[in-house]
Design a protein around this ligand. Structure first.
Ligand code: GTP
Ligand code: SPV
Ligand code: MN
Length: 611
């Protein structure tokens, strides 16, 4: 039996509820040792991980890790929200009764950490002092040192964050047990993995992975799924898969804050990091707040929606990150930053890393290079065209490393939100940007957000895989209640943000090129939007929102074809009418959808028919 009391005493962890929780799970998981960790332990844990071969050096103060080859992404099918109330069942949350799931997870976890250390990771998913701090505290228990090193980068980690809890019992209990990864039947009918959030007990039980959102429980499981539920249960806030950025107009001194959702791997990190004010002279600066999660609430003092990023780091997609697409990200993972690369290609002699799109061609001299599975490139079958890096390979770095992180990124008050945008991934129909003033129509637009299926076989041509507000994988309760909660929260604002839908992904069907240059140039669409909100431009009204006039967009210095520009600023009536049918079927899946959302749908449909 490990001496849990002693480990907790040494770490100064006095909270009786925390102590009881740790002792309970130490007993179940059968860990040999218990160790309380904080950010101050980073250097020692890195040295231990290098020693144990869990990490490899990737240059000065940079690290490389490889996850098990069947454990490289979140698993949506194995992710479950459990509560004691069947009314919490939605279309996307894989709801199950907690009475069924809790004993199942206890069985899976029993004795599964034998021989290992159970790390106790106290964390806070908020800047200290935030009005939402009471929803932000958690304690992750994990048997993976690599997970601890990622948590230290992604969250505020240390026992001190639990010292001032108003209610000593109000922390999220987040238990992560890796399990025997080689024998879990990943993706087979005998899959042993379970990623369960017992939302009404604020307990997270994840078994069978050591990767990303499956294992860094502060991030997706608490920061999105649990917080989504808490925000609704408390009627106090929204927790969304949103990026958050600031634009400063140096000429007028005005600051704008834009947040918004794009489905996973659809461009949030890139948008939040890469906007290029230099393209527009010296007038604007762009500031980074967050790339994956925002919590939103209304401040009764000024009637505005406020937002903050609960995370402390970035877990970004490596693929296609380069000097041209995202120089900010490259700077944030520079030597000395402490960044960790996962599942990219690695050179064991030179300690370099590489991923598809980092440079146009892979390194010419393949000596020492291994692909993400650890196989030597020099021993590859010459016909093997598979990527060197896993498509979902990632870099992990703290916010403080991001060169343009906002000076007030840790301000507990958050920032007032001017615009909420939804970003689809649509190869036609969806224009560059369309703005929506009406709150119900904005919420309706978020609920009908989607991305095109990646494999042609997965869906009807031109039909989206809908991903409401980009929350499909993280939805914690029923979609009808979720829509009502959005209308309630934003409806409390006396000075609400403007909504908009953006699309950087229209393609020319002839040769497949992207019609809009995207990436750093996306600032131009956002500037138009905030100017529209301020009444500086007026655009043209269409049934699906206000579209920019060509002369209103700052296009100086931009290389774009006239035809491409015409297409991305046009409204394709025929495709829109078809889309309205798809939307109707999509919304019908949700129970108790508020009548205001249906009214918005019918208004847009009637407008299109009249056009
Ligand atoms: P998650 O971390 O999974 O939630 O993803 P994300 O939404 O942060 O996506 P990310 O910014 O990492 O982008 C995913 C992919 O989209 C990358 O391969 C990018 O290169 C690509 N991408 C991002 N922005 C643009 C753009 O403006 N134009 C084009 N064509 N591609 C883009
Ligand atoms: C996503 O998949 O949307 C991510 C990465 O942000 S993960 O943390 O693995 O969920
Ligand atoms: Mn994400």
């Amino acid at each position: 039996m490990v001496d849990v009391e002693k480990a907790l005493d040494e770490a100064g962890l006095k909270n009786a509820s925390v102590r009881e929780y740790v002792a309970h799970w130490a007993e179940i998981t059968g860990a040999d040792r218990v160790e309380v960790v904080g950010a101050a332990d980073d250097a020692r844990l890195l040295a231990e991980a290098l020693d144990a071969g869990e990490l490899q050096p990737a240059g000065d103060g940079l690290y490389y890790s490889r996850s098990f080859h069947k454990d490289t992404a979140r698993s949506e099918e194995r992710t479950i929200v459990a509560t004691s109330n069947p009314a919490d069942k939605g279309v996307y949350n894989n709801w199950r009764p907690s009475s069924e799931m809790k004993p199942l997870l206890v069985d899976l976890m029993r004795g599964a950490s034998t021989g290992k250390t159970m790390y106790v990771v106290p964390y806070l998913m908020a800047p200290p002092g935030s009005p939402l701090e009471r929803y932000a505290a958690g304690v992750e228990l994990t048997d993976s040192r690599t997970v601890v090193l990622h948590m230290i980068r992604m969250a505020r980690v240390g026992a001190q964050y639990l010292d001032d809890l108003e209610d000593p019992d109000s922390f999220v209990r987040a238990v992560h047990v890796t399990g025997d990864l080689e024998n879990l039947g990943q993706g087979t009918p005998h899959d042993q993995r379970y990623f369960v959030t017992v939302a009404d007990e604020r307990t997270i039980l994840h078994f069978g992975s050591s990767y990303g959102g499956n294992a860094l429980l502060g991030k997706i499981a608490h920061g999105l799924r649990q917080a989504c539920y808490d925000g609704w249960a408390s009627k106090a806030f929204l927790a969304e898969q949103f990026m958050l950025l600031g634009i400063v107009d140096k000429e007028t001194g005005k600051r704008y804050h834009v947040c918004g959702g794009f489905p996973s791997a659809s461009g949030k990190t890139n948008l939040a990091m890469t906007l290029a004010p230099d393209a527009l002279g010296d007038r604007y600066t762009v500031e980074f707040y967050g790339d994956d999660i925002a919590w939103l609430w209304v401040n009764p003092d000024d009637g505005r929606v406020y937002g903050m990023n609960p995370e402390n780091g970035v877990f970004g997609v490596a693929k296609d990150t380069n000097e041209k697409t995202n120089p900010t990200a490259l700077d944030a993972i520079r030597p000395g930053s402490g960044a960790i690369f996962t599942n990219v290609a690695y050179n064991e002699d030179t300690h370099e890393v590489w991923w598809e799109g980092k440079t146009k061609h892979p390194p010419a001299d393949v000596a020492g290079w291994r692909d993400w599975k650890g196989h030597l490139i020099s021993e590859r079958d010459p016909d093997d065209q598979s990527p060197w890096a896993h498509p979902n390979s990632r870099f992990t770095t703290t916010l403080a490393n991001v060169p343009n992180v906002a000076t007030n990124f840790e301000d507990p008050a958050g920032v007032p939100i001017d615009a909420i945008i939804f970003g689809g991934r649509t190869s036609d129909r969806e224009p560059l940007v369309r703005a929506i003033h009406d709150i119900a129509e904005g919420v309706y637009d978020g609920l009908t957000l989607g991305a095109e299926a990646t494999f042609a076989a997965e869906g009807v041509d031109g039909q989206l895989r809908y991903d409401p507000m980009s929350m499909r994988p993280f939805m914690a309760y029923s979609e009808g209640d979720y829509a009502a909660h959005w209308l309630d929260i934003i409806g409390r604002a006396t000075d609400p943000p403007i909504f908009a839908h953006v699309n950087w992904f229209q393609r020319d069907p002839e040769d497949g090129h992207f019609r809009w240059p995207g990436y750093r140039e996306n600032l131009r669409a956002l500037l138009w939007l905030v100017e529209l909100k301020d009444g500086l431009v007026s655009g043209r009204q269409t049934p699906v929102g206000v579209l920019p006039l060509e002369e209103e967009l700052r296009l100086d210095g931009l290389e774009i074809d006239d035809e491409d520009l015409d297409v991305i600023l046009a409204l394709d009536l025929e495709r829109w009418c078809q889309e309205m049918g798809f939307r109707e079927a999509h919304l019908r899946e949700f129970q108790n959808l508020p009548e205001e959302i249906w009214e918005a749908h019918r208004r847009v449909a009637a407008g299109l028919e009249a056009d």
